[in-house]
Design a protein around this ligand. Structure first.
Ligand code: C2E
Ligand code: CA
Ligand code: CA
Ligand code: CA
Length: 277
């Protein structure tokens, strides 16, 4: 069991002491992970609810630890986010996302790849430079890449985030607000941000058929997004009934286990060629 086994190294702990040796150990292990290719980006498809066709994939990080097995991102990203290692980690994710998207597009698939950003990534000038370099290197148009960021990531320092996000958006990169509804967002900022999409958090989507409040939140978010000229994605779609209900509410896209679980790139390629979607 990954979580238990990780205890010997370090597990996510909000009270984490930044100077404890366990923290240094996990950082060392991750540095090694990047060097020794223990990281893998899994891909989960997003479906257009009007055409029922795949529009793109979200890249989700997995760490294949040689002794522990596959470690889910919740068990290491919160630790890495508090350190300088988040920069090389996100660069690795960005390179993989761009490289894989370029491969799929060369094979004739008209799809995008989305990646997740951490708070400190947003205002990091080095990341912007690396992004430019990678798009050029892989000859990928900026609009094929999406970056997902949470409300709290932006609201930390909204003015700085706004300036930084405008530079990313200027490259054509599509920006989405992740986990929408779970953080505190300012609608005033939402209007000013160069964001194209809201992603409704799965906590609302998964319960929308049994919890009337959740359905109201989902429906209101869809209307808010559309009134602001944004598109909206529902994550955590696990059943045909929810898929149908989201269609009724005019939600634009869906992502979830009903369609496919996150999978390695080779499986995602097979899925693209063989799935009914
Ligand atoms: P997220 O960005 O909100 O990603 C969605 C999570 O929901 C993923 O978990 C995905 O596997 C899961 N999911 C998708 N469909 C369903 C469904 O139908 N039902 C249920 N129950 N779950 C579903 P995962 O891969 O464990 O990632 C967890 C979080 O870790 C992500 O949440 C994201 O915040 C973070 N993360 C993952 N990869 C990266 C990365 O490369 N960089 C950063 N900064 N964060 C990442
Ligand atoms: Ca995400
Ligand atoms: Ca989420
Ligand atoms: Ca999240």
């Amino acid at each position: 069991h990954a979580k238990r086994a990780l205890k010997g190294v370090a597990v996510y702990d909000p009270e984490f002491d930044p100077h404890s040796p366990t923290r240094l150990e996990i950082m060392g292990a991750l540095r090694r992970a990047i060097r020794e290719s223990q990281l893998e980006l899994y891909f989960q498809p997003k479906i257009d609810l009007l055409t029922h066709r795949v529009t793109g994939f979200e890249g989700l990080l997995r760490w294949h630890h040689p002794e522990i097995g596959t470690v889910p991102p919740v068990d290491f990203i919160p630790i890495v986010e508090k350190s300088n290692l988040i920069y090389p980690l996100t660069c690795w994710v960005m390179a993989e996302s761009i490289r894989q998207c370029a491969i799929w597009r060369r094979e004739g698939h008209d799809i995008t790849v989305a990646m997740n950003l951490s708070a400190s990534n947003v205002t990091d000038e080095r990341l912007l430079a690396e992004l430019r370099q990678l798009l050029t290197q892989y000859d990928l148009p900026g609009h094929c890449l999406e970056m997902e960021l949470t409300e709290s990531t932006i609201m930390n320092d909204p003015e700085r985030a706004l300036t930084a996000l405008k530079k990313i958006a200027a490259l054509g990169v599509h920006l989405s607000i992740d986990d929408f509804g779970t953080g505190y967002s300012s609608l005033a900022y939402l209007k000013r941000l160069p964001v194209g999409t809201l992603k409704i958090d799965k906590s609302f989507v998964m319960d929308m058929l049994i919890d009337e409040q959740d359905e109201i939140i989902v429906n209101s978010t869809i209307n808010l997004a559309h009134n602001l000229g944004l598109s909206v994605v529902a994550e955590g779609v696990e059943s045909q009934e929810i898929y149908q209900r989201l269609q009724d509410h005019k939600c634009d896209s869906a992502q979830g286990f009903l369609i496919a679980r996150p999978m390695p790139a080779a499986d995602a390629t097979r899925w693209l060629l063989n799935s009914q979607w």
